[in-house]
Each structure stands twice: as structure tokens, then as C-alpha cells.
Write a protein that binds this ligand. Structure first.
Ligand SMILES: Nc1ncnc2c1ncn2[C@@H]1O[C@H](COP(=O)(O)OP(=O)(O)OP(=O)(O)O)[C@@H](O)[C@H]1O
Ligand SMILES: [Mg+2]
Length: 231
């Protein structure tokens, strides 16, 4: 579903990804892990198309999308939930969701889909999004991406600053969407509970490359967790 081959990308002053190669198979939940600052967000932004690689290629569903802008990739079925959520804090919950319906593939889901998934969003549909709790804003960010009906969902540290019961719900949702709808998920995370609750495989990012691939169970080993995560 997603193949990066020898990708180099970063910022003017800071090269970050060096010869990055990996594949995510259709129907898989792949956890991308790595310590703070190794380039996980840069990887997500490169996959969605907000950062242009200087070398290498990105294939999505067997199509070369390397030169395509983010909006084209979103149209083709890549959903993106950025780190820090990226919701429009001045707009209502419902208006955020309506915007989500305009950026995905051409068959967006009805608003009720989001309200069934997270009933709190239905209760708060008229509320200004920025006044909700961090967990509710994260639920909104996830619902806004899913309402566009993506085939691949990129989640960048959805557990960041969120209370444990909502983190648990996010893990359950990932498992359910993957099982029932075949959604492929790239989960960028450092939360062991969330990773082990839903991911099929871990890919460890270090020095701009994927250096190890292993089963999420291995994170129970404190040595592995120390190497792979900011704990
Ligand atoms: N807009 C930017 N301009 C220049 N350098 C940046 C920019 N954003 C990030 N960087 C640098 O790129 C490197 C990778 O950052 P990135 O945000 O991708 O890491 P990360 O693994 O997502 O970190 P975290 O776990 O803290 O979210 C870091 O050295 C960071 O300082
Ligand atoms: Mg990050």
C-alpha cells in the first residue's frame, strides 16, 4: 500500500531522513517508533506530501506519488492526523468535520459516521473546537480524517497529552477499523500500551532510517523500550 525507497528529506538547514526505505502492506497496522527528534513527524509529513523528498520515491497503492502535493495524496486516500491535532480551534466541531469531508477521496462519509464513532462529538457538534479537552480534540482530529474515507491513515502521536481512557479508545478504534473496514494504519507512537494494544509490527526509526523491525511484544523488554522510546 505504501512503499518508500531510498528517501532523503528534511528541512533547508536540517537533513532528517537519509536513504529511508520501508513498506507498509495493505491491511496492516504498522507502528513507527523512535526517540524524540529522530524524524517521525518528518516521515509523516513526507508521506502526506508536505515535505518534498530531495531523492527517492514514494508509492501509494502502486502509484508513484513522489511529485504530487498533499491535496492529491489526500484525494487518493491518504488520511493524516498531525501531531498536535491540527484542528481549527475557532470553528465548531461540525464545521471541522465538514472540512474533513472536502479533503478525502470523492465519497466522504456522513457526519453521523463521526458522531457514531465518538458520541461526544455529536453532543458537542455546535461547540467551538478549541474549547474542548485535549482528548476530545484528538477524537475530532481522527474523526475529521476518517470522514474523508481514507484507505491509509497516518496518525502522528495521537496519545500525546491525552488521558489514558481516551488513549485506550483510540487503540480499540484502530483495531476495529482495521478489522472491519480493512483500514491500513501508520501509527507513529511512543506509548507502549497503545502500540501493543493494536499494532501488528514495529518499525524503529533511528538516524533517519528504519534500523529494526520487530513485534510489538518486544517493547515489554525494558532494554528494547529504552532504546526505542523516550522513556
Ligand atoms: N520546521 C523545521 N525546520 C527545521 N528543522 C526542523 C523542523 N521541524 C523539525 N526539525 C528538526 O528535524 C529533526 C526531526 O524532527 P521531527 O519533528 O521529525 O522528530 P520527531 O521524531 O517527530 O520528534 P518528536 O518525538 O519530538 O515528535 C529534529 O532535529 C528537529 O529539530
Ligand atoms: Mg513528532
Amino acid at each position: 500500500m505504501l512503499t518508500l525507497t531510498s528517501v532523503y528529506a528534511g528541512y533547508d538547514s536540517t537533513p532528517v531522513l537519509h536513504d529511508l526505505t520501508f513498506e507498509v502492506r495493505r491491511g496492516e497496522i504498522a507502528a513507527f517508533i523512535g526517540r524524540n527528534g529522530v524524524g517521525k513527524t518528518t516521515l509523516a509529513r513526507t508521506v502526506i506530501g508536505l515535505i518534498k523528498p530531495t531523492q527517492g520515491s514514494i508509492l501509494f497503492a502502486d502509484e508513484d506519488v513522489t511529485g504530487q502535493p498533499a491535496r492529491s495524496r489526500a484525494r487518493k486516500g491518504v488520511g493524516y492526523v498531525p501531531q498536535g491535532r491540527g484542528i481549527f480551534g475557532d470553528l465548531t466541531v461540525e464545521d471541522n468535520l465538514k472540512l474533513g469531508r472536502t479533503i478525502g477521496p470523492l465519497a466522504p462519509r456522513p457526519l453521523e459516521y463521526a458522531y457514531d464513532m465518538f458520541p461526544i462529538l455529536g453532543e458537542r457538534r455546535s461547540q467551538i473546537a478549541g474549547t474542548m479537552s485535549g482528548g476530545q480534540q484528538q477524537q475530532l482530529a481522527i474523526a475529521r480524517a476518517l470522514i474523508g474515507q481514507p484507505d491509509l491513515l497516518l496518525l502522528d502521536e495521537p496519545s500525546d497529552g491525552i488521558q489514558p481512557n481516551i488513549v485506550e479508545q483510540i487503540g480499540e478504534l484502530c483495531t476495529k477499523l482495521n478489522r472491519d473496514e480493512g483500514l491500513t494504519i501508520c501509527l507513529i507512537e511512543q506509548n507502549v500500551d497503545l502500540i501493543t494494544s493494536c499494532a501488528h509490527r514495529c518499525l524503529l526509526l533511528e538516524k533517519g532510517q528504519i534500523t529494526q523491525r520487530f513485534s510489538p511484544d518486544k517493547l515489554q523488554d525494558p532494554e528494547v523500550a529504552r532504546m526505542a522510546l523516550a522513556i
